[in-house]
Write a protein that binds this ligand. Structure first.
Ligand code: ADP
Ligand code: ZN
Ligand code: ZN
Length: 736
């Protein structure tokens, strides 16, 4: 006989797009159960995995169903209701198993099947009410006490570290505690990294009329998506700061997403110096423990401002009042593995659910965002001028075949350095040269595992080796050509190391290379940046790491080398990316008192897209590209998803996608409403001995795309899985 039973529906990290039902443990109190809680459950052959409780219900269960019981509740720290509902949106929009999405939203320490660790706490001190009412006179001749009292006013609270730096002893602290001026508090040691190391500077900058208008239009009381579309250096960050100040003064929390925190410590400092409240950061450079503490601090409402990278969008913030996405066009907001989510798009959904404003800031907005602003779904705020005296730099093209330094470039660099200003040399290739070539037979250094060339790397003129940037394999440089045995092997093309070496032949000022290789050495970026910030004449050489959000006050010349690859991208977003990159790099020059100049080395000065960019700027180019997208029925005018797959043999990958296409045709036959393309090879077809292919699906209506994907995923899941084949769905793909 079937009988009524309490059923627990649980999300479990597994490739299956479904939830799993369990019985409660007979010893447990069912009343304590809340959706979002972490449960320990048996799963398949695994003894215990961490699942998230989705719902509790009463149902008829046949005895034959042989349901298993959960082991128990792990602890009461799990996903808050609003984060869980965000995960549910994410799972249905990106067609990914909810269990996997929940897993991703949890801090790493909570993915384990063990209770959450205790919060680490540290002592510190803050002013009491009485303390705040003191005057200088009340300290009489107790000079040290007065110094401490003054110091504490500049910080939200004072830590043992700050005391040490200021040379003040604990005795003085104790004296003020006894007088009722100071009180001891314990703060989470995570928030500790958020206590400013420098005094707060409360002076706010007087906004210019465009900034004032933008700030005025941002309504902090309700949901709206704002595109803050301001040219580089137009004072967008200042708008962020002042909007955050408004929001936090009402006791609410603000979340700021940035592309890569480690690269822009100055941004962080700027925030910490402005606010008398804890600013916490979370990013991949931190330990799991540190990130967990921040998560707890945010969840408890203690951290008022959270600055983080992509995954910080899942931070629980009970008093959330504002979300800001800086450099909203940046590719790093789209996760390129596992759940292929866009943190920007999830953020918009989160803001909508919470009825709070969200600001997307960029000098080079993505075409999607611009499209939404132009058709008034977003509110378009524009800053058309630089905030400082300088005008936007002009870009001058230098036509020359190879990317080595021409006399004109050398001359202009010299001129700039002589004025004690700084130079930025951008080249979008790390390493010494993109490939090695045999001058006799044109053999090229191909990677054995991938469809790409191996890059020549060299460290200070010795220790040459070949490195594949895709599968990370390294080999020594052959002394003779493997094909014709000629000894005439030459590095071909230009990378950052080669440019650095070349620059050293002309200039004696410090030359700082900033790319993934140099930055993997700890502290190197920090010391490089502090030299740049000291303002002395120097040259920065680097990849697009240099283009992201830095504010170098003394850089007045940007030289862009080896840019022409950007014109030949096979990706439909190629031209958009070209325009963004060029505008962002150029935007590093002349951000404060000096007028900036930009030299662009290219053989394609006449390229129509480049011409529009040079003559009219990014927004014009973007509108032109939107017209082209509309004409070609591409996003944002149509909706796109890819079924991606990879396998050890290309035939397996292709066969799977052919099958997928047939299934899809049965669900939604191709019409002018829905189009299929492929299977096609990915840009890099073979990578690390696996073959990458995709099937492209494009629809006129978003609804239809989701209908198809839901059905198709279900059918694909029912098929017998070929061993070694991996497939996934990529909704709103950013790269093919
Ligand atoms: P963006 O974020 O748009 O690149 P920033 O906010 O970093 O621009 O501003 C660029 C520079 O201009 C910074 O040094 C900033 O302090 C300064 N700035 C911003 N707004 C103003 C203003 N209203 N008056 C003077 N300087 C300003
Ligand atoms: Zn490789
Ligand atoms: Zn050869």
């Amino acid at each position: 006989m079937p009988e009524y039973n309490t059923l627990l529906t649980v999300a479990i990290p597994s490739p299956l797009r479904r939830l799993f039902d369990y019985l409660p443990n007979p010893d447990m109190n069912i009343q304590q159960l809340r959706p979002g809680m972490r449960l320990s459950v048996p799963f398949g052959h695994q003894k215990a995995v961490t699942g998230i409780l989705i719902k509790v219900s009463t149902q008829m269960v046949a005895p034959a169903a042989k349901m298993r019981a959960i082991h128990g509740v792990i602890d009461d720290i799990g996903l808050d209701q609003d984060i869980l509902s965000l995960c549910q949106w994410c799972a249905s929009y990106y067609h990914y198993p909810l269990g996997e999405v929940c897993h991703l939203a949890l801090p790493v320490l909570l993915r384990k099947n063990t209770p959450a660790p205790q919060l680490l706490q540290t002592e510190s001190w803050q002013l009491t009410k009485t303390g705040k009412q003191q005057t200088a006179e009340s300290f009489g001749r107790a000079k040290k006490q007065y110094v401490l009292w003054q110091l504490v006013q500049k910080y939200p609270c004072i830590t043992p570290d700050t005391l040490k730096t200021a040379g003040i002893s604990r005795t003085i602290v104790n004296t003020l505690i006894n007088k009722g001026i100071l009180e001891k508090i314990t703060i989470d040691s995570a928030l500790f990294n958020s206590v400013p190391t420098q005094p707060i500077s409360t002076s706010t900058i007087a906004l210019n009329p465009e900034q004032q208008e933008a700030l005025k239009r941002i309504d902090i009381q309700q949901f709206n998506t704002y595109l803050l579309n301001g040219v580089t250096g137009s004072g967008k960050t200042e708008i962020y700061l002042q909007t955050i100040a408004k929001v936090t003064s009402t006791g609410k929390q603000a979340l700021l997403l940035v592309p890569e925190i480690g690269l822009t410590p100055q941004t962080l400092e700027r925030f910490q110096q402005r606010f008398n409240i804890p600013v916490a950061t979370t990013h991949s450079g931190m330990t799991d423990r540190q990130r967990f503490n921040i998560w707890l601090g945010a969840r408890a409402g203690q951290a008022s401002i959270i600055i983080g990278t992509r995954s910080a969008i899942f931070t629980p913030l009970p008093k959330l009042g504002l979300i800001i996405i800086d450099e909203e066009h940046d590719l790093s907001y789209k996760q390129q593995e596992g759940v292929r989510y866009s943190a920007r798009d999830i953020a918009i959904i989160r803001a909508q659910k919470n009825n709070i404003p969200i600001i997307l800031g960029s000098a080079t907005p993505s075409l999607e965002t611009l499209h939404n602003a132009l058709n008034q779904r977003f509110i378009h705020l524009q800053l058309t001028k630089r905030a400082t005296a300088a005008h936007l730099p002009e870009i001058r093209c230098i036509n020359q075949q190879d990317a080595s330094l021409s006399p004109e470039i050398v001359h202009t660099i010299k001129e700039t350095l002589n004025k004690q200003q700084q130079v930025l040399v951008f080249i979008n290739r790390r390493g010494y040269a993109p490939t090695l070539i045999c001058q006799e037979c044109n053999w090229l250094s191909q990677c054995n595992n991938c469809d790409c060339r191996m890059t020549v790397h060299q460290f200070q003129q010795h220790n040459q080796h070949l490195h594949c940037h895709h599968c990370d394999c390294k080999t020594t440089v052959p002394s003779r050509c493997p094909h014709c045995h000629s000894a005439h092997l030459q590095p071909l093309g230009q990378g950052t190391q080669r440019s650095e070496e070349e620059l050293k032949q002309y200039f004696t000022v410090p030359i700082l290379r900033i790319d993934k290789d140099s930055m993997s050495r700890k502290g190197e970026l920090k010391s490089a940046l502090s030299l740049v910030n000291s303002g002395q004449a120097c040259i920065l050489v680097g990849t697009q790491m240099l283009a992201k959000g830095h504010h170098f006050a003394n850089v007045s010349l940007a030289v862009i080398l080896g840019f022409d690859n950007s014109f030949f991208s096979s990706d439909f977003r190629g031209a958009e990316r070209m325009g963004q990159l060029l505008t962002q790099v150029a935007g590093r020059a002349g951000r404060e008192k000096y007028q900036g100049r930009v030299l662009l080395h290219t053989q394609f000065e006449g390229h129509p897209h480049l011409q529009i960019l040079l003559k009219h700027g990014y927004n014009h180019l973007a509108q032109q590209l939107l017209a082209e997208r509309q004409h070609n029925h591409m996003p944002p005018y149509q909706y796109m998803a890819l079924i991606r797959c990879h396998a050890q043999q290309s035939t397996i990958a292709i066969g799977f996608l052919q099958q997928a296409r047939l299934l899809a045709h049965n669900i939604c036959p191709p019409t002018h409403q829905i189009q299929y393309l492929g299977p096609l090879p990915a840009t890099i077809e073979k990578c690390n001995n696996r073959y990458y292919y995709y099937l492209q699906i494009k629809t006129k209506e978003r609804k239809q795309l989701h209908f198809l994907l839901t059905e198709l995923c279900w059918q694909l899941e029912q098929q017998r899985q070929t061993k070694g084949l991996h497939w996934l769905v990529d909704v709103d793909p950013q790269e093919v």
